[in-house]
Ligand binder design. Structure first.
Ligand code: TPP
Ligand code: MG
Length: 275
């Protein structure tokens, strides 16, 4: 695919941030910091790499994206709506009873590839997709996004060994390395450093980037495609709550939504940033 224009992508990311904040406020609950930290990553994967057809979401030879950190789904929902998988106005039904936009992703929503939310499972799902594609002799690429706190889950490391064992070079995983998890910094709750060395020693090709730098994300995605006989891990350094001063880097913003007053303040900040 053609490299998207960075200026346009930056504008899109800014708009998605506003959409995420707006729908979380309307819902009155949800994961604000977690969603804001992974917007550039998800937007760039969809804009630059995924072979998809929003009018035919089940297209045979489509690529796959698995949001393993399912609680960050407002970011994914806004990206899917941005690409036309469903009408944008549906976003305002986030977390309503009966809505296809639940607080954690549920299969049935057009464009969604996996139900997630119980942390630690997404990489195993992505492994299965990548292995199935190889067995079917398809050139499908599979992308997976995990949280850094999520790597406290043992299943992540079982899946890491499996992907390396099967040399899944059609698999590219990201870690949203925002240094925070549900109720504090990773280094206090359960330290997982040195994370890059751990993945390398598990047999992965590791690329370390700034996860808000669109150019670096695109370069890493290009590099990932050139790596043969190994899965690729992109360790993306991010800021939880990125873009809104009073939400950035605050553990208490993990699982709450902005009030209407906070939303107004946040939108004002994002407006100024755009200029
Ligand atoms: C198996 C499991 N245990 C606990 C939780 C509750 N939980 C939801 S988010 C979260 C923290 C995740 O932190 P991280 O992976 O760093 O994601 P971030 O929000 O920082 O992107 C936890 C413990 C869960 N969803 N699944
Ligand atoms: Mg985290």
């Amino acid at each position: 695919m053609k490299r998207p224009d960075i200026g346009k992508l930056e504008k899109d990311a800014n708009q998605l941030r506003k959409d995420v904040l707006t729908i979380l406020t309307k819902a009155g609950s949800g994961h604000t910091g977690s969603s804001l930290s992974c917007i550039e990553i998800i937007l760039t994967i969809y804009s630059y790499k995924l072979r998809l057809d929003p009018k035919n979401p089940k297209m045979e030879n489509r690529d796959r994206f698995v949001l393993s950190k399912g609680h960050g789904c407002p970011a994914l929902y806004t990206v899917l709506a941005h690409f036309g998988f469903f009408p944008k106005k549906r976003l305002s039904t986030l977390r309503e009873l009966g809505s296809s936009l639940q607080g954690h992703p549920q299969l049935g929503l057009p464009g969604l590839e996996a139900s997630t939310g119980s942390l630690g499972q997404g990489l195993s799902i992505a492994n299965g997709m990548a292995l199935a594609a190889r067995l079917d002799k398809k050139d499908t690429k599979v992308y997976c996004l995990m949280g850094d706190g999520e790597t406290n889950e043992g299943q992540v490391w079982e899946a890491a060994m499996t992907a390396a064992h099967y040399k899944l070079d059609n698999l590219c995983a990201f870690i949203d390395f925002n240094k925070l998890q549900i109720d504090g910094f990773l280094c206090d709750v359960k330290n997982i450093e040195p994370l890059a060395d751990k993945w390398s020693s598990f047999g992965w090709h590791v690329i370390e980037i700034d996860g808000h730098d669109l150019g670096q994300i695109m370069d890493a995605l290009d590099e990932a495609e050139k790596i043969k006989k190994k899965p690729v891990l992109i360790l993306a350094h991010t800021v939880k709550g990125k873009g809104v001063s009073f939400i950035e880097n605050k553990a208490e913003w993990h699982g709450i939504a902005p009030s209407p007053e906070e939303l107004k303040k946040a939108l004002e900040e994002l407006e100024t940033e755009k200029e």
